[in-house]
Design a protein around this ligand. Structure first.
Ligand code: GDP
Ligand code: MG
Length: 172
């Protein structure tokens, strides 16, 4: 039996969690928007020549991050926290969500990667790459600007998280 990790996508509504998940799993872009989509997927992935099984939970957190989200967080081995570069509100939400992760897990840091999605929407951009970098530096977390539409940095985001999870499992 190889390695197995539970990865949870968190973030505001409409930032592209489902689109990122689908692009990663199937290589296709989800153009319609159903904010209630919520599902667990499974994928085997070879990272650095070693295969691992990923259970991926694409969440649909609607209102506040409360009971439901806390349960997702309890079960997760690692998190992708997604915002949209076209929305300051979703960017501000990243800190709230990561703080909740730390509170639920009762730790000072936890395997998480921050994703600024929709990097293809240049004319609608509200959050600069540097704002994303500054935030991730503050938390010492990896950061990628992604585009589910252009399949940019999608695989990289997942493999970055898996690499952190492996390191953690080795030292735990
Ligand atoms: P979720 O609520 O976070 O799961 O968001 P969705 O994945 O359902 O995406 C919300 C909307 O944004 C959908 O219409 C997607 O097609 C669109 N979308 C998602 N990712 C991108 C992206 O990288 N670029 C562009 N242009 N649109 C995106
Ligand atoms: Mg969704």
């Amino acid at each position: 039996m190889g390695e197995r990790f539970k990865i949870v996508l968190l973030g505001g509504s409409g930032v592209g969690k489902s689109a990122i998940t689908l692009m990663f799993l199937q290589g296709t872009f989800l153009s319609e928007y159903d904010p209630t989509l919520e599902e667990t997927f499974r994928k085997t992935m070879a990272i650095e020549n070693k295969s691992c099984l990923l259970d991926i939970l694409d969440t649909a957190g609607q209102e506040s991050y409360t009971t439901m989200e806390s349960r997702y967080i309890q079960n997760g081995d690692g998190f992708l926290i997604v915002y949209s570069v076209t929305s300051e509100t979703t960017f501000e939400k990243v800190s709230t969500i990561y703080d909740l992760v730390l509170r639920v897990k009762d730790v000072d840091s936890f395997p998480t990667v921050i994703l600024g999605n929709k990097s293809d929407l240049a004319t609608q951009r509200k959050v600069t790459p540097n704002q994303g970098k500054d935030l991730s530096n503050q938390y010492s977390l990896p950061f990628f600007e992604t585009s589910a539409l252009q399949n940019k940095n999608v695989t990289e985001s997942f493999s970055s998280l898996v690499q952190i999870l492996r390191k953690k499992r080795e030292t735990d």
